[in-house]
Design a protein around this ligand. Structure first.
Ligand code: SF4
Ligand code: SF4
Length: 382
């Protein structure tokens, strides 16, 4: 397993995590084999948002004796009504379900208390201007949660959330199709297959802005909907010329700025092992660029952080330098803040570029890399 730092918490999270949604209503034997496979492969990040006691108790039983080996995202606001999922903003209901989660999991702490599903202004207001956020802050103060997180599918609201300064972690839906949706199309239209392929045109600038803001503020992202509900893998439903693979989807998400862990929904040992086999995959099999390029040519000139341009004889991590350049171009203050430090910590810098041009020949998106290196050297002065 590989691990990445979870922002300012400094905690190391496995780059592949486990989404447990598909374990809902499954036999205990399936829950146990899935959880145990995750632990055995070094997964230490897990999301449990389901409000039903049955699945949570099965997860708790499967985790017995290993609670300290995994970090759990537990959600504040994921509840039930008439035995159906229900998002509540009523503090007493939220508190009951959160306390029940700890009881069901047989634990006295949850690593990240997630403010659940904040997708519009109204819910942002209901959570961040209410007792709910104060409840989360009190849990953190009392050591019952290690950090406050939030989940969202909306890039504008998610950016607003991370800019509150309250959250330590963001859970966000990321895959190539979602990133390419025009901002006025809601992603659930895609999940319902109600979309117009010809409108998948370019990276949604609001999503790019969110990723860069998270990187700038050092807020880690854990990823949900990595596989687009499975549709990206399907001949019938993939919006691309050909379906992506699980590993390409994971690789795409892990290539976005600030992403620490990609939570893959699994319901068997085999599915966990398939996800984790990403670590051993041939780099050629991780390449998602062909699928993106097959859609249109609007990506030409824009870096998608795919690393196709490597190796660089000067040892420059071109994708990383370009990413920091993109962020610094968005906000000049970033240079004097965390991004400047991240840039300095790279082992080679734009000033090391010998302008050999080999990278530009390899870049599938015709990114003007040499010119970008000059800009980065000028902005970062290094
Ligand atoms: S410069 Fe081109 S090849 Fe290199 S990371 Fe960016 S898009 Fe990929
Ligand atoms: S042009 Fe510069 S960045 Fe590109 S491969 Fe050559 S030395 Fe590296």
């Amino acid at each position: 397993m590989q691990y990445r730092r979870l922002g300012k918490t400094g905690i190391q999270a496995s780059i592949i995590g486990l989404g447990t949604e598909h374990l809902d209503r499954k036999d205990y034997s399936i829950v146990e084999e899935t959880i145990h496979a995750a632990l055995e492969t070094g997964i230490n990040m897990m999301d449990v948002f389901m409000p039903g006691s049955d699945v949570r108790q099965k997860i708790g039983k499967a985790l017995k004796g290993n609670r300290d080996k995994v970090m759990i995202q537990g959600h504040i606001g994921s509840t039930e009504l008439n035995q159906l999922y229900y998002t509540s903003r009523d503090l007493s209901v939220c508190r009951t379900y959160f306390e029940n989660l700890m009881r069901d999991l047989q634990t006295d702490y949850i690593d990240f208390g997630m403010l659940y599903l904040i997708d519009n202004e109204q819910t942002f207001h209901q959570v961040f201007h209410s007792d709910i956020v104060r409840y989360a802050e009190k849990l953190k103060k009392d050591g019952i949660i290690r950090g406050i997180g939030a989940s969202s599918h909306d890039p504008v609201i998610a950016k607003k959330i991370v800019e509150t300064g309250i959250v330590d972690l963001l859970m966000f839906s990321i895959n190539p199709a979602f990133d390419m949706f025009p901002a006025d199309m809601h992603i659930f239209g895609y999940l319902a297959n109600e979309y117009d392929k010809s409108r998948l045109l370019e990276f949604d600038p609001k999503r790019l802005e969110l990723y860069r803001t998270c990187e700038m503020l050092d807020i880690p992202i854990t990823v949900m909907k990595t596989l687009g509900g499975g549709r990206l893998l399907s001949e019938e439903y993939s919006p691309f010329a050909k379906p992506l693979t699980v590993h390409q989807c994971i690789h795409y998400a892990l290539s976005r700025p600030s992403v620490s862990s990609v939570l893959v929904g699994c319901q068997s040992r085999k599915e966990v092992e398939t996800a984790v086999a990403y670590l051993e995959a041939d780099p050629a099999d991780l390449d998602y660029t062909e699928a993106i390029r097959s859609m249109n040519s609007n990506f030409m000139g824009s870096c998608v952080y795919c690393n196709h341009c490597q190796p660089c004889p000067a040892g420059i991590d071109i994708a990383a330098v370009t990413k920091y350049l993109d962020i610094a171009s968005m906000d000049k203050n970033a240079v004097s803040q965390g991004i400047g430090q991240h840039y300095r910590e790279l082992s080679a810098h734009a000033s090391d570029c010998i302008q050999c041009g080999s990278c530009e020949k390899r870049c599938p998106f015709s990114v003007p890399i040499i010119s970008n290196m000059e800009k980065a050297r000028s902005i970062f002065n290094y």
